[in-house]
Design a protein around this ligand. Structure first.
Ligand SMILES: Nc1nc2c(ncn2[C@@H]2O[C@H](COP(=O)(O)OP(=O)(O)OP(=O)(O)O)[C@@H](O)[C@H]2O)c(=O)[nH]1
Ligand SMILES: [Mg+2]
Length: 270
């Protein structure tokens, strides 16, 4: 058998660029991104099949020191089923979240690739080498690679390293499959991304977006979305940006689905 197929999990603290990286590797958007913490809330699957190689990437919510059980259980379960783990670090930041993750990874016997992201923001690149050496000594990892997910630096090299750590296996998904998410989830997430990126840090965590109805016709997709907030004051804030939110979300969805979109959004307190 010449086929290669494996599960690769992206883990790391919130905001280190896990979702940006998965989108960059896949070449299209499957996971939303923002400058705020806790953007990704559940495991997202992205599949890349090139010839005889199929890689199933799993994006996860960021490691948290608080609310440990609810969100952290997702990445804890995911790494246990992986063939290879990408431990993403934002430049030289090593905080309590990295320490929590490091403790978990020490206990499991998996290939670990440390990915130092956002190197485009490091002005003095000379400081990188001592940091890479220090990490290599500290963590029993297979490889360390500096990248910039945003600018696409080091991605090809990272993909080659990943492939070298995957087992020979039959492909799990048909070659055309890019994700296991349904259309409704991706659309709701795209709207949530626009809200997060428009608001300041206090609100995004409490917002949920639900699609009430989706009618997919030959030329147009009709979408009826509901934004659910916790308080009346939050509803007013959303109503203040709803016009822009609606038009920006519509454009984002049209770009992904390559179809005309008719979007209506309501806001509800629950
Ligand atoms: N300059 C720079 N910014 C980056 C890079 N990668 C990601 N970012 C930015 O970092 C922020 C967080 O990126 P995300 O991909 O949402 O981070 P995440 O790790 O998925 O975050 P959670 O889903 O909250 O766990 C966004 O504003 C990205 O544009 C990079 O290589 N360079
Ligand atoms: Mg994310």
């Amino acid at each position: 058998m010449n086929n290669i197929c494996g599960l690769v999990t992206l883990v790391g603290s919130s905001n280190v660029g896990k979702s940006t990286l998965i989108n960059r590797i896949l070449g299209h958007k499957i996971s939303i991104t923002s400058r705020h913490r806790l953007t990704t809330r559940k495991q997202i699957i992205g599949i890349k099949t090139t010839g005889n190689i199929q890689i199933i990437y799993l994006d996860t919510p960021g490691v948290l020191k608080k609310d440990y059980k609810k969100y952290n259980q997702i990445w804890i379960n995911t790494i246990l089923n992986s063939d290879c783990v990408l431990f993403i670090i934002d430049r030289m930041y090593w905080n309590i979240e990295e320490q929590i993750l490091f403790k978990h990874l020490k206990k499991i016997n998996r290939s670990i690739i440390i990915v130092i992201n956002k190197i485009d923001l490091i002005k003095n690149k000379h400081i990188l080498l001592p940091w890479l050496k220090k990490l290599y000594k500290k963590i029993k990892c297979s490889e360390i690679i500096p990248i910039s997910a945003k600018l696409g630096i080091g991605i090809k090299e990272l993909e080659s390293i990943i492939i070298s750590h995957l087992p020979k296996n039959n492909h799990y998904f048909p070659a055309y499959k890019k994700t296991d998410q349904n259309q409704s989830f991706l659309i709701a997430e795209l709207i949530r991304e626009k809200i997060i990126n428009k608001l300041h840090s206090e609100i995004p965590y409490f917002i949920n977006v639900k699609l009430e109805k989706l009618i997919n016709t030959f030329k147009i997709i009709y979408i009826y979305a509901l934004i659910i907030v916790k308080r009346n004051s939050q509803k007013h804030i959303i109503l203040g940006i709803i016009k822009k939110l609606c038009s920006e979300s519509r454009i984002a969805i049209e770009n992904i689905f390559n179809k005309k979109i008719m979007l209506k959004i309501w806001v509800k307190v629950k």
